[in-house]
Write a protein that binds this ligand. Structure first.
Ligand code: FAD
Ligand code: SF4
Ligand code: SF4
Length: 407
């Protein structure tokens, strides 16, 4: 696609220069000229009073018949043969979309020894599971996975394809979308079906998180999104559900695969699985120092939880960014979220307010965190946390204590 000025029609009014949010139009000799930094947003096309700016559609060879595309697909990502939570969350979201569109929900599972996981996806509500079992797919490689999924899309034409915004998903999504000549909205935090025209409305933070942008893919299919882990609600497990599980045979020609996994070496660096943790104990600027976090660690250890943090604590250098919860950190949905010395700024809440149970500890009774908290403790965290630790010492069974919190 390209944006073009029909020079003969241009009357040099300059309106397009004013509306372009990217400063991508110059006026030369009273004629508008589109610069290389044009993002194809189309605002100038709508604004020009004499229709002198046009959007040239892509080459005909990539034109498609949108009506041919049906169904919602979810890429079922696994690590070491375990289906990731984000894939179950996407099945939950995909189910809603498929029902709204009156189409089927399909999980796409690639790897080796997949029987158990195919059954699992079926129990989590997929109507179909496309099971591609091949030893070359045992470990993820971009070229093998992108080829298999792009070929399946070309053959079966889904209207929507959802992928978790994990390290693998962020690598795979753009490759697949480029191969099948469609767009991709990365890192979505909300997905909806437009009631009027059935298109997928894909919302994600833009401009460093300062505003939320809703993006549509009007002319190409499938509509592809990567979705942040922890944002969507998990699909419900139904023991009696039975999907149509289809075995797909694939073969690779010489030259298809440019990479081969020789060995998998686990990183020695601590990996913070915030999005998978059932219990998170998070600290903010109120922790005051790096040492303050040691107190928090004791509480996390006692509860078998993981440490989270606000951006302020990360910016202070008290803790690594991998622990940051929020709009520019990880989105979490644990069973229990303890927020100590965190004020509850909107960008922090965006990442944790869907937690099942929120306990806030803050010395300021008016702190906004209390608005989303199920339990609030107004007090100095350096007094409250030691008391909590002592109380937990006196409880034989932590689970009993947590049940008490949830009651
Ligand atoms: P503060 O707002 O300074 O709050 C500290 C709190 O600690 C106060 O409520 C205070 O009463 C309490 N306190 C102090 N001492 C004690 C004590 N002894 N005992 C008990 N309570 C005490 N923030 C995030 O967290 N995550 C994000 O992903 C994120 N993304 C952002 C993206 C953008 C584009 C922008 C502009 C901002 C973003 N922020 C994010 C920053 C956010 O706006 C806030 O600045 C940040 O969350 C504040 O962190 P805080 O609550 O720890 O600090
Ligand atoms: Fe500017 Fe958007 Fe027009 Fe490109 S399409 S020139 S970015 S207004
Ligand atoms: Fe020319 Fe249209 Fe731009 Fe006015 S808005 S300068 S007529 S292209």
């Amino acid at each position: 696609m390209a944006i073009r000025v029909i020079t003969d029609k241009c009357i040099g009014c300059g309106i397009c220069v004013k509306v372009c949010p990217f400063d991508a139009i110059d006026m030369i000799d009273k004629k508008a000229i589109i610069k290389d930094n044009c993002t194809l947003c189309g605002q100038c096309v709508d604004a020009c009073p004499v229709n002198a700016i046009v959007k040239d559609e892509e080459e005909v060879k990539h034109k498609i018949n949108i009506e041919d595309y049906k169904g919602v697909w979810v890429f079922a990502e696994q690590r070491q043969n375990e289906v990731l939570n984000v894939s179950i969350e996407l099945l939950g979201e995909g189910r809603k979309m498929a029902d709204k569109r009156g189409v089927e929900l399909t999980a796409v599972l690639l790897g080796s020894n997949l029987d158990e996981n195919a059954e699992l996806l079926s129990k989590y509500g997929a109507d179909n599971v496309l099971k591609v079992d091949n030893e070359k797919l045992e470990n993820y490689t971009t070229d093998a996975y992108a080829k298999v999924i792009a070929d399946l899309i070309d053959e079966r034409k889904p209207e929507i394809m959802l992928i978790g915004a994990t390290t693998i998903g962020r690598d795979l999504g753009p490759r697949v979308s480029a191969k099948v000549h469609t767009g991709l909205t990365a890192d979505c935090t909300r997905l909806e079906i437009d009631e009027e025209d059935g298109k997928l409305l894909q919302t994600r933070p833009a401009f460093g998180g300062n505003l939320m942008a809703t993006i549509v893919c009007p002319n190409h299919r499938p509509q592809m999104s990567t979705v942040r882990p922890g944002v969507m609600e998990k699909a419900k497990f139904n023991e009696d559900a039975n999907a149509n599980i289809e075995n797909i045979e694939v073969s690779f020609k010489e030259g298809d695969l440019k990479t081969e996994v020789l060995e998998v070496v686990k990183s020695e660096k601590e990996i913070v699985a915030l999005d998978e943790a059932p219990i998170i104990v998070a600290g903010g600027r109120g922790m005051q120092t790096k040492e303050g976090f040691e107190l928090l660690e004791k509480l996390a250890e006692k509860l078998d939880g993981v440490i989270g943090a606000s951006r302020a604590a990360v910016d202070e250098g008290w803790i690594e960014h991998s622990h940051q919860v929020g709009q520019t950190g990880t989105t979490v949905r644990p069973k229990l979220y303890i927020a100590a010395g965190i004020s509850g700024a909107i960008q922090h809440l965006a990442g944790m307010q869907s937690s099942d149970c929120i306990v806030a500890i803050n010395k300021n009774a008016d702190a906004p965190i209390f608005k989303v908290a199920d339990y609030g403790i107004v007090g100095d965290l350096f007094e409250v946390i030691p008391q909590l630790l002592e109380a937990l010492d006196n409880v034989d069974d932590i689970v009993t204590a947590l049940k008490g919190l949830e009651a």
